[in-house]
Design a protein. Sequence first.
Length: 291
Amino acid sequence: MTQTIDLHTPEFQRTFLEMMLLAELTEAYNAEAINDMATRGETAFPDDPFFPAMRAYPYIREGDTDSAKPWLDKASALGDHYILHMLKGFVSEDTGFTFEAEQHFLRGVERYPDVPIMHRALAVHYFDRKFHGEAGLHIMNYVRLAGFGPDTVPMLLEFFQVYDDIPLDMVNELMKTSSGYLTLNPHDPHAHSLYASMCSHRFAALTAELKDDDPLTDEMIWMLLEVENHGMWSATYDRSEERMFRHMFAEYVDNVILPNTSQLYVWRLRLRYWTRRLTHRFTGGYSVPTS
């Protein structure tokens, strides 16, 4: 095969710099690294608005919007880029101009509908304003474009914990997808928690149609057992500093399982949980059912 791509071409170098800079859009950003890479980008591509725009990011994170604005103005004078709409939205939010921020995010989504990060920014904006329907739409678009993964699944979990009015057909599709993600990530606490959340939503959707005296169906009981089982697995695999999944499972046991069962059932459940916690590294832990 003849080599057709030269790693030293400007196109490849620009793509590499953009990729590395976008990777710094996290809470653990490195301001020095951002400035160094942005300088390289500005030197090699002086007419590209992306690199001066990225210089504004550390200032925005530090709450210094006055220092961020000149860089955003310089970038805007060079042209358009989705990162500009997102960062301008952040600045407007920080300075209390909520409607203006919404317009920046909406304009970015309208001009760059296939860029996942724009949908994510708008979803977070609406979520913070408690516009859960609008947030859900853009979360779904974000996941559709970015796929299920370490960045998207936690966001879905946070959304589903506060929004419980999800249509049954959507729950069914999300159950299939979350089950597939669990199959690929059987030891990921987020995967178990997402699947448990979907089972909980399906149970709620199914029981909404019951009359007061109607008994639970076998499927409804199975959904409850799946919530319990995978909530337990998410707590078992939780090695995070916050121990979020362990706290969630403990609250579920105290507030949901105990009032509807017995102290003996809860005692056995906790014994099973601690057995898993103590032995899963030796036994292999959760394995995907084969039938």
